[in-house]
Design a protein around this ligand. Sequence first.
Ligand SMILES: Cc1ncc(COP(=O)(O)O)c(C=O)c1O
Length: 404
Amino acid sequence: VIVRCAGCGAEHVGWSCPQRRAGDNIDHVLVPEVDLAAPVTDEENPFLRYRRRLASYRLWREAGRDDQSFVALVSELDAAVARVAGTGFRRTRLTFFPALDEAIGARVWVKDETANVAGSHKARHLFGLLLVVAALGADGDLAIASCGNAARAAAVLAAATGRSLTAFVPPGAEMGAIATHVCSRDGEPGDPCYRRFREAVAGGAIPFSCQGPDNGFALEGASTIAWEVAEARPAGVDRVVVQVGGGALASGLARAFDPLPVFDTVQTSGAHPLERALRRLREDGVTAGEAARHRSRYMWPWEGEPRSVAGGIIDDETYDWLAVAGAMRASGGTALVADEATLVEAHRLARRTTGIDVDETGSAGLAGLLLLARAGAVAAGSEVLVLFTGAGRDRAPSPPGTPG
Ligand SMILES: Cc1ncc(COP(=O)(O)O)c(C=O)c1O
């Protein structure tokens, strides 16, 4: 089995579950199965290094093609990305900084995604997806809903492959020369960018987006981050504090750690649908698995227009909430809600102690860790992982225009 729906159990190779029906209240997400024991190579490109764990690789091989031709595919696509973005995919830095350790009172490992393609971890999700598109020989234009970073990453990959991309973004997203459709709030519940994206997909576009229910293959690219950490820290870390918007990053990480460290998540006081869902799960006394058939009781769009200085994680809905809630329940993690002052403080602390030009969304995991440290919940001597997921505006590369 290559892909199975976490909500209804359907086995299906495709972007989204064929059983998904509006209003059926089942949490359909087609999750690629992963063999965490599959061997790793010594290549620097994570999509080569961990290829034997990727669905795209299995699909490629099942179609009778060999290892060498997959390596050639990844290498060619990576070179095309590097021509557009100035860099291809390489393992990213995992470092600690004594001044940051001191401020938190524990060893803080920082996974630095700011130098990744297009200035954030998002390109990992989408390159993983691009490999599946290639393995399946899928035709069609690409569509994405994003509040910025993912659309920038998608534009790089679209330009690299000469595909047409339609990006649905909110007003005010800084998108440079990318052709975008700006979607304003219209009084309907939920994110208008996401609703327009769903319409485009219904019209035949490839869902080239970072929401698991619309394309479960997007989760895999984020898993490569966890595998890099696991290799660099063979003894593991004690906890990971990860910022959550739509939840694909956290979901991709949670499926990749073995064993799973204490898995804490961070949302903003502007919008915390995941924290709200977890609270209700606890009140109802049900497991995340039992909730899979009662989605709307736990997850529904945030009321009102969310706002935060961490604008990359104010998704109305945590689309991939169920896997993330499961990871928090299984590991004893907490759904943290960071107020604006703490998000700003964490951002300053991050830049001052690490010198990394991270943005407020990128340092939001650290904001969660600050909350834990203040509450006395971080054991001295423990090892904690945070991800600096996005570069500051000074460093974020300006995206290319997309063809077509
Ligand atoms: C820089 C950055 N970090 C983290 C996230 C959160 O990722 P996810 O939406 O998969 O939860 C985003 C999402 O847009 C982002 O742009």
